[in-house]
Design a protein around this ligand. Structure first.
Ligand SMILES: Cc1cc2nc3c(=O)[nH]c(=O)nc-3n(C[C@H](O)[C@H](O)[C@H](O)COP(=O)(O)O)c2cc1C
Length: 468
């Protein structure tokens, strides 16, 4: 019996973990496929990222990892929430530099997510108290979000100026040291307000047909690709989502149209939000799949939304995605790749039920973390956890979990999984991003304490911010 168990354990240790296999994303050689999803922190007074972001990002960095920054405004009119960082002034560029440097020092590849909130804003956040701009004059009507002011529909001749703001922001991001930018075309913000027919009621060349509604997004892609090179540009889209009343009647067609239109640019990646994500936190049953869009897109494909370790491994091994972006799990576990490597079942998940129907950006202080909660959506049975390592035992004196014995080679980085991949253009491998084994030593993991500490930290910071 013992022999069989040992043999199984050895087999598991020898098998590479799909999420922990290297991946060549255009010019960037990534050592694993666990991406930090963009996560707004609302901790940038006067739209200038603060030094605490150095820790926020560097603690989530592993060598050769891809990280995407929180959404970062492209201009004064882009802001939709207080204390969002921006990247349209010199001061902002300078403030980003040490943050980017900290990520680079640990070998991470860092993309800056750039956005414009459009109508998801209010007079108080706009220069001179003016109306937020959008593709429409329709106000977001949700009763729980009274703070959205009636938007002004952009005139046709104003649109090139917004495209230019995106371009300048991308150039600024490169000046700040970022490796590239992710254009935020998802979640009901300005680009999405153009893409979706529930919002876009224009009659000019930016409204009506699918081609016209996608024009604004593609002009931004074009301008930025020309300015900084397409291999430094990614885009995030959520064709199936309906955040801030930005639904579309034919989301699959929209996603396919965009995927095909993007093919001609040779972008670093296309990042799609899973159709099952009805809101940031709500995972629902859904008939749609990203697969047709993934097949239509010819470059690196990232998916996000409700993934756990098991599902992430499965979609990578089935070549349904190249990379998986994790949001809330990363918030709760800055060392997520390590925890996935150890198959530590104690990784944590936010309880977002408390946030249902509320504007989460303004309520982060009410988030609580729950230890040892198996990660799964409301419609799934928790998958059985197959421990790669011996189960943790508790030290009777310290009451702490004993550090597990880490096998010398958990993940064989030299042997990527055998998935069919497209031929890659000759890679300009960044010298600092060699394929590494993941950093060996972990501090002892004590789920409950971890949870309490992270929770306390978030609560005190957010409470200070929102409650004075
Ligand atoms: C606190 C918080 C902040 C977020 N901020 C952003 C953001 O700035 N930009 C963005 O595109 N998505 C943002 N999202 C969405 C996440 O990137 C991700 O898509 C979502 O959390 C679902 O993935 P998950 O199930 O792995 O958490 C945010 C989500 C959370 C929970």
């Amino acid at each position: 019996m013992g022999d069989v168990a040992d043999e199984m354990k050895q087999k598991q240790e020898e098998q590479p973990i799909p999420l922990l296999t290297p991946y060549q994303m255009g010019r960037f050689l990534l050592s694993h496929r666990i991406v930090l999803a963009p996560l707004t922190m609302t901790s940038s007074p006067r739209n200038i990222p603060g030094p605490e972001a150095i820790l926020q990002y560097s603690e989530k960095t592993t060598k050769g990892a891809l990280l995407i920054s929180e959404a970062t405004g492209v201009s004064e009119t882009a802001q939709g929430f207080p204390s969002m960082p921006g990247i349209w002034t010199k001061e902002q560029i300078e403030a980003w530099k040490p943050i980017v440097k900290a990520v680079h020092n640990k070998g991470g590849v860092f993309f800056c997510q750039i956005w414009h909130c459009g109508r998801v804003s209010n007079y108080n956040l706009q220069p001179n108290g003016q109306s937020p701009v959008s593709s429409t004059e329709k106000t977001i009507s949700s009763t729980d979000s009274p703070e959205y002011s009636p938007p002004r529909s952009l005139k046709t001749e104003e649109i090139p100026h917004i495209v230019n703001d995106f371009k300048l922001a991308a150039i600024n991001a490169i000046k700040a040291g970022f490796d590239g930018v992710e254009i935020h075309g998802a979640h009901g913000f300005l680009i999405d307000q153009f893409l979706k027919d529930h919002v876009n009621d224009r009659t000019d060349k930016y409204g009506g047909s699918l081609e016209n509604r996608c024009r604004f997004a593609l002009e931004i892609v074009d301008a930025i690709s020309n300015a900084i090179g397409p291999d430094r540009v990614g885009i995030r889209l959520s064709p199936f989502a309906n955040y801030f009343e930005s639904g579309d009647s034919h989301p699959l067609e929209l996603g396919l149209y965009m995927a095909e239109a993007l093919n001609k640019y040779g972008l670093a990646y296309c990042h799609m939000v899973e159709p099952r994500m009805k809101t940031f936190s709500e995972k629902v049953e859904c008939d749609y799949s990203l697969l047709p869009i993934r097949k239509a897109f010819e470059g690196t494909f990232i998916a996000a939304g409700g993934y756990d370790r098991e599902e992430g491994n499965r979609v990578v091994s089935e070549n349904r995605v190249n990379l998986v972006a994790y949001g809330r799990l990363f918030l709760a576990n800055p060392d997520l790749p390590k925890r996935f490597e150890l198959n530590d079942p104690s990784y944590l998940i936010f309880d977002f039920k408390k946030l249902a129907g509320r504007n989460f950006h303004h309520r982060l202080h009410s988030i609580s973390l729950h230890a040892s909660k198996p990660p799964c959506g409301p419609h799934q049975t928790p998958p059985p956890l197959v421990p790669l390592l011996e189960p943790r035992s508790i030290d009777p004196t310290t009451k702490m979990a004993k550090e597990p014995k880490v096998p010398e080679k958990i993940c064989n980085m030299e042997e990527p999984i055998a998935v069919p991949t497209k031929p890659i253009a000759p890679a300009l491998v960044l010298p600092s991003v060699a394929v590494p084994p993941i950093a060996p030593a972990l501090p002892p993991i004590v789920p409950t304490n971890d949870a309490m500490m992270i929770n306390a930290e978030i609560e005190s910071r957010e409470a200070k911010k929102w409650c004075g």
